[in-house]
Design a protein around this ligand. Structure first.
Ligand SMILES: Cc1cc2nc3c(=O)[nH]c(=O)nc-3n(C[C@H](O)[C@H](O)[C@H](O)COP(=O)(O)OP(=O)(O)OC[C@H]3O[C@@H](n4cnc5c(N)ncnc54)[C@H](O)[C@@H]3O)c2cc1C
Length: 266
């Protein structure tokens, strides 16, 4: 049994967010972190490893510096890491990203009792599309918004968070689960884990490594294979300070009505 966890390196938006004049993120000037929901997915996988001794493999698609994030995952306790990186993959939208990640997961191999885990949503792209798209492309059943996961044999039971409650779903492995922060508290790297991380395998899958997978096609990967295009990206103008009217007397109400009427709101 193995758990494959798909993790993404994202800009740390808790610090200063720098924006280029054209409205795109100035990623080079920002610190990076592992996407928060992906840390919960990794922690869930490591808990299963603690309980069963299964193997945990982390995979990311990104530029070569994303290897640093993978080493951190290895230091937390993952057994193997895969960096999916090639010029041909650059500029991919969610459709193309999930094609490439699904091909990488195919290369690792998904067996009968395996689980693929993702975060629910990345804090930069913010679409929550990649996990479900990978599941579709690998023909796996999927459960999203996991707030609790138990696995007994080939049956996985997941408590899904809804807006106003929970739903419990069972499925058979292999399956894909997307995880949310309510699932657990991610562990820290240990000192021994950091040393061990450098002895663990970190493999790079480039275009050559994946090109024979039917999912990898010039028309389905990279900028050219991305069906969505960003037409415009901008920082919204700051809102004004607003206006406060104190009191509930007739004069204040008439003043408020006058302001709303002048703006054609009433
Ligand atoms: C036309 C276009 C061009 C783009 N070009 C670029 C570009 O050049 N560079 C760039 O950085 N972004 C680019 N993007 C954004 C990029 O497509 C998305 O960041 C990416 O597809 C993931 O989508 P998301 O961030 O919304 O992830 P979500 O769908 O919100 O992520 C959900 C989960 O999927 C998994 N996941 C998502 N992405 C990855 C990943 N890369 N590796 C491993 N797991 C992952 C994680 O588990 C994550 O929690 C582009 C987007 C478009 C539309």
């Amino acid at each position: 049994m193995k758990i494959i966890v798909s993790i993404k390196q994202v800009p740390d938006t808790s610090g200063k967010v720098a924006v280029n004049p054209d409205g795109t993120l100035n990623r080079a000037s920002m610190q990076t972190i592992t996407n928060p929901d992906d840390m919960n997915a990794l922690e869930a996988a490591l808990k299963m490893k603690d309980a069963t001794g299964c193997k945990v493999i982390v995979v990311t698609m990104g530029p070569p510096p994303a290897a640093g994030m993978l080493r951190e995952a290895l230091a937390m306790g993952a057994d193997e890491a895969i960096l999916v990186s090639a010029r041909e993959f650059g500029g991919s939208d969610t459709y193309a990203t999930s094609q490439i990640l699904a091909a990488a997961i195919n290369k690792v191999g998904v067996e009968a009792d395996d689980v693929v885990m993702c975060g629910r949503q990345a804090i930069d792209g913010d679409t929550a599309q990649v996990g479900p798209q990978i599941a579709e492309k690998l023909h796996l059943p999927q459960i999203t918004y996991a707030a609790d996961i138990t696995k007994e044999g080939n049956t996985v039971t997941v408590k899904r968070m809804l807006e106003d409650g929970y739903m419990t779903i069972k499925t058979q492995t292999p399956c894909l689960i997307t995880c949310i922060k309510e699932l657990n508290e991610p562990r820290y790297m240990s000192v021994s884990g950091v040393f061990e991380a450098y002895g663990k395998p970190l493999t790079t899958y480039d275009y050559e490594a994946l090109k024979d997978d039917p999912l990898i096609d010039a028309t389905t990967i990279g900028l050219k294979g991305s069906p969505t295009n960003i037409f415009k990206s901008f920082t919204p103008p700051q809102k004004g300070a607003g206006m406060m009217l104190e009191g509930a007397d007739k004069a204040t109400c008439e003043k408020l009505a006058g302001i709303l009427a002048a703006k054609h709101i009433i």
